[in-house]
Ligand binder design. Sequence first.
Ligand code: UT7
Length: 325
Amino acid sequence: MMSIRSEVVGFGHCLPEKILTNDDLSHMVETSDEWIATRTGIRSRHVAQDETTSMIAERAISNALQSAGLQPSDVDLLIVATVTPDKTTPSTATLIAGRLNFRVGVPAFDISAACSGFVYALTLADNMIRLGEVKTAVVVGAECLSNIVDWTDRNTCVLFGDGAGAVVLRALEGKGDSSDVGVLSTCIYSDGHLAEFLQTTGGVSTTKNAGFVSMNGKEVFKHAVVSLSEAAETALQKAGIDKSQIDWLVPHQANIRIIDSVAERLEIPAQKVIVALDHHGNTSAASIPLALSENVQNGRLKKGDVVVLTAMGAGFTWGGAVIRL
Ligand code: UT7
């Protein structure tokens, strides 16, 4: 039976100019390049100075539209996944839609699902495309986490970075089976019982500010390995794709030890796993689209490749997707 699919026709990303290395951090808190690199795999991250989330997201979107050969006026839907919006209201998405001159009336909104934000946003956009509501959708993950990091807390400040990644989805007629091109499956989940393990210390309706990231690293680590593996398994099952058909695993970039454990559980060899956290750190909702865009640009990810995405973050939230590029 014929069915509509969401083909990924464009990729783009943007990173703030300033790079903060582990050595730089060792002058700010009691830490070392050795500790950060061996415990997390992170060596450097980008941090915003004058840039805001909407600014880097806008550049990522422009790059993605350019790579798709499309104009801002072609876009029917914009979803920005972020926990670090420019303003409490209006949404980052509407700010960008105005600046890029999207058509008046095009739905544009932000979603908050922390590090799973991109997979959540992709799921929403894919469903709207498959329902025939829209033809061309832009999905962005963008964060300036450096604004909600406590730069005196070595338990968290060494982990995070800023950046933005975007994809353009376009409706495409498919056969409705696992041989199709585009998003073959998505799945998203949450468990609010685990909210306290990864949260900010405040928010608009409590402390009247954004608060700072606070985390029980060991609990998050434990749940991350299980959730990331399960989301990938479920997405594969829903897509009807066997593990042997996977070309690339693109997991949320939080910790190399988490990524290695997930790859091992899924029996995916290391050479098929995309790692970008060494130079990005954990960029929350931006981590997966940043990794995708960089690796399309450098030629590792190619048309026709089967890519498995898997993400997990505060909430807890988690989810996965399978895409044939
Ligand atoms: O994006 C959402 C997903 N987020 C994650 O997935 C993060 C998950 N968690 C993790 O990645 C790891 O738990 C961390 C990297 C955060 C921590 O690694 P760990 O192996 O669990 O270390 P730990 O928390 O058990 O800390 C070990 C030691 C402690 O010292 P003591 O108590 O053993 O004396 C910490 O105080 O390392 C110390 N420590 C540090 N030392 C140097 C913690 N942070 C640092 C640091 N530099 N930056």
